[in-house]
Design a protein around this ligand. Structure first.
Ligand code: ACM
Length: 265
């Protein structure tokens, strides 16, 4: 299966333009699974909750999700992308998954980064794995990388591939994801944005370096810190189901859960 990431520079508030950029990149790709950045249609640097409210959309009923749903049907591909979701009075930093048969599901970010805590509600559902014919697709979003439990739960639920829409600002994330892939024996696709946002006296610089890792943490492709990139690599999702590490070691069976009680406190 060919999988890919889209790395680009979303412009704050310009939903139509950002969606067009993403659609153009997707149309130029031959990958079966494509991952877009976190909040790819709106930009990231919201100054308050009201700004999120104005740009948030329903999932799957909103315009952005519907557009990518029809594109996925037309190209018979899977697309994961991040957007601000509204549901009743709640606002989530979410990602959708759409595929050849339409909308599949969504994930609402559970570990909010810094001021996201002021502007979004944290997701309150466990990170999901979607069992499609081609692969078991797990989703986490950006800062979830800092909490290794997120990737572990996805692996325990059977994910072959972790799709990781991101707006990374901390420098360690691309190398930390090597460990997330290695310690869980899963493929990971981090789709990060590039560029800089300056709004209301605040500045954020995004580090690019979107990447695809195999189940041993080997880097298959990595984007530059500052270039729009469609990055693609050939992967075999089912190979992630083999959790044997060494002759006498199995990744999941060797866990000592009876000694891990503190993890749940
Ligand atoms: C982040 O979670 N967007 C850093």
């Amino acid at each position: 299966m060919k999988a890919g990431f889209l790395q680009f520079n979303p412009q704050f508030g310009k939903v139509r333009e950002n969606v067009e950029t993403a659609i153009k990149l997707i149309k130029s790709s031959t990958a079966k699974l494509l991952v877009l950045p976190e909040l790819f249609n709106t930009g990231y640097l919201f100054l308050n909750r009201k700004e999120v409210e104005e740009l948030a959309e329903e999932v799957p009923g909103g315009e952005t999700c519907k557009k990518f749903e029809s594109l996925a049907r037309e190209k018979k591909i899977f697309i994961v992308g991040g957007l601000a979701e509204k549901d009743g009075g709640k606002l989530y930093n979410s990602s959708f998954l759409v595929g050849p048969d339409g909308y599949i599901g969504r994930y609402r970010k559970i570990h909010l980064f810094n001021e996201e805590k002021l502007n979004f509600n944290p997701g309150d559902e466990s990170p999901p794995v979607f069992d499609t014919k081609e692969a078991k697709i797990g989703i986490m979003i950006c800062f979830d990388w800092f909490f290794p439990e997120t990737a572990r739960i996805l692996a325990l639920k059977g994910a072959d591939i972790i799709c990781h829409p991101s707006n990374l600002v901390l420098p360690h994330a691309p190398s930390a994801m090597v460990t997330r892939s290695l310690e869980n024996r899963v493929f990971s696709i981090t789709a990060n944005r590039i560029g800089k946002e300056e709004r209301g006296g605040k500045t954020l610089s995004y580090i690019g370096q979107s990447q695809i890792l195999d189940t041993k943490g080997t880097l298959l492709i990595r984007g530059k810190p500052d270039e729009e990139t469609l990055g693609e690599a050939e992967i075999d999702p089912a190979s992630a189901r083999n959790k044997r590490l060494l002759e006498h070691n199995d990744l999941l069976k060797d866990r000592r859960t009876e000694l891990y009680g503190e993890l749940l406190k």
